[in-house]
Design a protein around this ligand. Sequence first.
Ligand SMILES: Nc1ncnc2c1ncn2[C@@H]1O[C@H](COP(=O)(O)OP(=O)(O)OP(=O)(O)O)[C@@H](O)[C@H]1O
Ligand SMILES: Nc1ncnc2c1ncn2[C@@H]1O[C@H](COP(=O)(O)OP(=O)(O)OP(=O)(O)O)[C@@H](O)[C@H]1O
Ligand SMILES: [Mg+2]
Ligand SMILES: [Mg+2]
Lengths: 277, 277
Amino acid sequence: SPRIIAFMNQKGGVGKTTTVVSLGAALARAGCRTLLIDLDPQAHVTLHLGVEPSVSDDGTPRAAYHLLLHEPAPYGSPIDPRATIVHARKHLALIPAITDQAAIETELADAPHRHQRLAHAIASLRKDYDFILIDCPPSLGLLTLNGLVAAQEVIMPMQSHFLALQGVGKLLETVRLISQQLNPALQVRGVVLAMHDEHTNHAKEVVADLRGFFDASRGRAVPWAHAEVLNPPIRRNIKLAECPSFGQTVFEYDPTCAGSNDYAELAEELLTQPPLP
Amino acid sequence: SPRIIAFMNQKGGVGKTTTVVSLGAALARAGCRTLLIDLDPQAHVTLHLGVEPSVSDDGTPRAAYHLLLHEPAPYGSPIDPRATIVHARKHLALIPAITDQAAIETELADAPHRHQRLAHAIASLRKDYDFILIDCPPSLGLLTLNGLVAAQEVIMPMQSHFLALQGVGKLLETVRLISQQLNPALQVRGVVLAMHDEHTNHAKEVVADLRGFFDASRGRAVPWAHAEVLNPPIRRNIKLAECPSFGQTVFEYDPTCAGSNDYAELAEELLTQPPLP
Ligand SMILES: Nc1ncnc2c1ncn2[C@@H]1O[C@H](COP(=O)(O)OP(=O)(O)OP(=O)(O)O)[C@@H](O)[C@H]1O
Ligand SMILES: Nc1ncnc2c1ncn2[C@@H]1O[C@H](COP(=O)(O)OP(=O)(O)OP(=O)(O)O)[C@@H](O)[C@H]1O
Ligand SMILES: [Mg+2]
Ligand SMILES: [Mg+2]
């Protein structure tokens, strides 16, 4: 049965998409059958991999959008989520986003089971994958909530900056709400430090603060009781900002750069971790 | 009469707050009477300057929040916006944010003149200042729209990354809509490049793309017809990420670092620019 991980942080530009694509690519290269779900109307996972965001004009299911909006049986005819899947790379599949997806939060607002749409949609294809990674938009709206309800684990990419720490509490409270009301299985796996300036004291202090916070949460009845700062931190590396403009993963663009090394190591960490209780 | 500039970009973490605080501080140090307006429920300008976000419990006007929600005459009694102003530094005043401001978008949604609340609120105090800089949240919602309706100029901080370019079109269309429907005086002054990795080819290519786009817009009937990529780009400098944790501007924290130099130069650029037509 797969590990389903939502990558969320309502702050923008913190490395969610870069982590989903690069970690996903690393897991695929290690032989894991990996599915990426692009839940963001910006369609950056889709763009990063060089896939055309599939704008539907004939109503054919083409993207996460259709899965989320489609009326489940018995009101609508079932659609096969496999029809939306694009084979992006070897072992790396993608349910792409389309940029109309922005309207979706309004369209879904009154739908029955509006928080469970993604969970229902992927129920039948879960068994085909070892890892399902969900890229969330920078908000705590309906798209992110669908990601959190569909997932078992949450990973939060964030920067090792003072202002980034200010938002963590609110993030964790959202996860707690979801775990209490909609998805009791949901737990926080941890934080990925993205764009890490490894030689600065500031970054080290922020990391120490975060680790201290998680250590103090052990044994509490909270969904982050087993959360960690994941290793390694992902160092700032211009190759990671460049490769999306070529529609390439960092491993295709520069397999020996720091970005490739760090994400390969992070994949290794994920593969060797004990399961969350 | 003051220059009123909104700093907007719906993408998160691109340097809006850092630019408002650092540019504001630079202008104040050059002797300009400068007012900063913190429109973001994250209250990061307020935090950065070491000001307590003023949570009101007795209804006394204390923050941008109260200005925006207050019923203007004749329905409500007029409140003096000066009552919300905090003197943060010499020549540097602040209308702080409070973190309940997040609810404001819902509260304001049905209010009369809901896009003009900020413009009305600052009408009487404009003459006290040379510069009014408005920090917008990372969204195109009601708070940002209030910022755009109150302003004469828009500056967009952004990163010199491929993915950052993808959002520029939408940003400019929003400004165009506002200038057509709500604020005909609104024009785009330009882009501030934040967290600029000056030695990489990628950054240079992104800057060239942006400049080419603006050059091609000269003479068109669009609010960015006179927009530029402002100089200098603001180099990535860890001091800019560190100083907020001490409640200090970068000039107080390290007056000779690259961050201080670049923002001082940017202030100089703003002071010597010809007015927008
Ligand atoms: N380790 C890194 N080194 C250098 N640049 C990076 C790194 N990680 C991400 N970037 C760049 O920083 C920018 C923001 O990253 P990314 O798009 O992954 O963040 P995000 O959290 O998904 O943003 P959004 O909230 O807009 O979805 C992108 O231009 C990306 O290419
Ligand atoms: N030139 C720079 N060099 C290094 N760090 C920077 C620089 N500019 C900003 N930062 C840091 O990057 C992070 C994001 O910057 P900032 O908060 O100014 O962006 P923002 O656009 O206001 O974000 P938000 O959308 O959340 O309001 C902060 O931690 C800030 O301290
Ligand atoms: Mg993203
Ligand atoms: Mg900000």
